[in-house]
Design a protein around this ligand. Structure first.
Ligand SMILES: Nc1ncnc2c1ncn2[C@@H]1O[C@H](COP(=O)(O)OP(=O)(O)O)[C@@H](O)[C@H]1O
Ligand SMILES: [Mg+2]
Length: 260
């Protein structure tokens, strides 16, 4: 169960990028986060797994506030959160197997020498996952010899290797051609459904969000302006999510209702 309460995040001395976000999900289903570039989608995911530190608010994962954790506790908690990146974030000079095994450690810098320490059951599990993402034949290949789609399959297997309680994906298909992009979305949707994992996925492709997600959240200038089922997302909502600031203010504070 993930609960975000009044989350505020700014970078440096700038204006807040997230302006008091509230969101919760306990459902083992796929939630898509949509919104223009700069809306704060990546920042929201990075706050959840503490790749950046929020200014204020709470991020409760099974009741534990991620924002209050330090050191080993934080490291442990982060392992419960799988992460899939747009740019795959694989270690190029390592093999596919090594990259997947590194998921066991969470997303921390990984040294080749550490590989020896993995127990056989981890190696067996990595094989299983590589089979499930369709890469059995590439186990010992170097990651930089793979295509983009194959790299992202490694990214998916690595995230699942953590045995996460929730999976976050930041535009996982944005660097891929349309056909490969669909395949990766299908893979993420199928595997997370089989594993009963809640998934929070940033997508710039609204059609994909509507097709694969059970729930869609619309982010706009650091504020959530839509939260509903795909078939509840109308063209008006999309305008609200994607168009100019003035229009948004008008939508949020219609004439006569402004808080003066
Ligand atoms: N590391 C950073 N330092 C300073 N500003 C940042 C940083 N990361 C993101 N921002 C700013 O925060 C805002 C939201 O960015 P981001 O979360 O990446 O949005 P999205 O993923 O929706 O495109 C943007 O204005 C962006 O320029
Ligand atoms: Mg982003």
């Amino acid at each position: 169960m993930l609960e975000i309460k009044d989350l505020v995040k700014s970078y440096g001395d700038g204006q807040p990028v997230l302006k008091g976000l509230n969101f919760s999900t306990g459902d083992k289903k796929l939630t898509a986060v949509i919104g223009s570039s700069g809306a704060g989608k990546s920042t929201m995911l990075r706050c959840i797994n503490r790749l950046v530190t929020a200014d204020s608010g709470e991020i409760l994962l099974d009741g534990v506030d991620m924002l209050k954790l330090r050191g080993k506790e934080l490291q442990y908690a982060r392992r419960k959160i799988g992460m899939i990146f747009q740019a795959y974030n694989l270690v190029d000079r390592l093999t596919v197997m090594e990259n997947v095994l590194s998921g066991r450690l969470g997303y921390v810098p990984f040294l080749k020498g550490a590989l020896r320490k993995f127990p056989q059951e981890d190696i067996d599990r990595a094989y299983q996952l590589l089979k499930r993402v369709g890469l059995s034949q590439y186990v010992n290949k170097r990651s930089d010899e793979l295509s983009g789609g194959e790299r992202q399959r490694v990214g998916v297997a690595r995230a699942l290797m953590q045995n996460p309680q929730i999976l976050l994906a930041d535009e996982p298909t944005a660097s891929l051609d349309p056909k490969t992009s669909e395949r990766i979305m299908e893979l993420i949707a199928r595997l997370t459904d089989e594993l009963h994992l809640p998934v929070l996925i940033n997508l710039h492709n609204v059609a994909q969000a509507k097709h694969y997600a059970a729930r869609i959240v619309g982010l706009r200038d650091g504020v959530m302006v839509f939260d509903g089922k795909p078939d509840e997302l109308t063209d008006e909502h999309l305008e609200l999510i994607y168009t100019g600031k003035d229009e948004l203010n008008e939508q949020l504070h219609p004439e006569g209702e402004s808080e003066e």
